[in-house]
Design a binder for this molecule. Sequence first.
Ligand code: UDP
Length: 416
Amino acid sequence: MGSDPSIPLPRIVHLQDYAAVLGEAEISLLRSLAARLGGRTVKMVNSTSVGGGVAEILNCMVPLLQDLEVPTRWDVITGGNDFFEITKAFHNALHGAPYESRPADFELFLAVNEMNRARMDFSEDIIVIHDPQPVALVHQREQEKRKKPWIWRCHIDLSNPSPAVWSFLEPWVSKFDATIFSSPNFSRKLSVPQNLFFPAIDPLSEKNRALEPEYVASVLERFQIDPRRPILTQVSRFDRLKDPVGVIRAYKMVKKYMDCQLVLAGGGARDDPEGGEVLAEVREVAGNDPDVHVLELPPWSALEINALQRASTIVIQKSLREGFGLTVAEGLWKKIPVVASAVGGIPSQIIHKQTGMLVHSIEGCAFQIRYLLSNPAVMQRLGENGHEHVKANFLITSSIKSYLVLFILLLEQMKS
Ligand code: UDP
């Protein structure tokens, strides 16, 4: 990990601790794959050390790679608010929002990437760049004599991107040796190979590990949430694409018929400058309903979020667009029934009526919440199935296995 003070200190983790969840065979497979890399070093680069799914994944994955003796450094690009406003507009436009193309934005984007490229050290053997914000760091690949794999890991849904933004980014993406997407639907026509990796959660992290019931109770007490009445929870950055206002509307529809409380818990991310504005909208729509708890949480709230998810009767993720939606996997892992929109990577996680409920509208969301609240046996079945689905497909160790295999293959290709 880097000396950048914005990057949290690495957790000390031991892969062996995961044997209880995964079995010894899986652990030894990971060790054999890692050994094939023979000490090769890896650099991961993204645009924020806290907030959002990418930081969450890197926080889990980097220490595990270290424990596998794959020396891995995580660097975060820096930039001013103007840069992050542009990258957030790109993000929204790549998710289909209208976008007015401004050449000055593209110039600033490239200038900030170039500034970061010049200050960063790229001496590692394998480079993985996450998402569009640092994509132009790949310029470094052309500057170096030594051939090494450069991989672009895209966590967002590119199925319907703004042509202006995508035609600007695509030539940069095409300079990589390989790309990774989270769903077959997200991929684009590209001249470079594309791989499918599901994002994943860490079952032993503070966000997901088992908690004492007393701790869960203390968190509810601290936030003045009543443990005796149903709790509906959405954990998300305050982002319009997460539709927090739609969640409040769905809650209000449910509340006409059934007693319940709503928790909207979220914090900011360095690379998301829209959070404050959206939070203000949310507070206004929430009004003074004492059963709506809008919680603005600091970045070090993993245990509290874990407790809130575990205390929930239903976890909601009513996104309008979504990359993968790690919060869905987090709820499923905790055996909580999840009601979530059928967008982005969510349908990979929710098999409708089997591992959760997929919805397409505010009304649909309210309908499924009412149905579940009236059917505790269905909630329990969805929770159990959801846990097994995550265990089989969306744990961080599966993701690490995919990375190790890709690294081995690319290094072999480069030798020949
Ligand atoms: N998260 C968090 N604090 C918050 C809001 C979100 O720790 O205030 C976490 C959440 O638990 C999940 C990740 O950030 O692990 C969000 O990932 P997701 O894929 O759901 O959405 P993204 O923010 O990447 O669009």
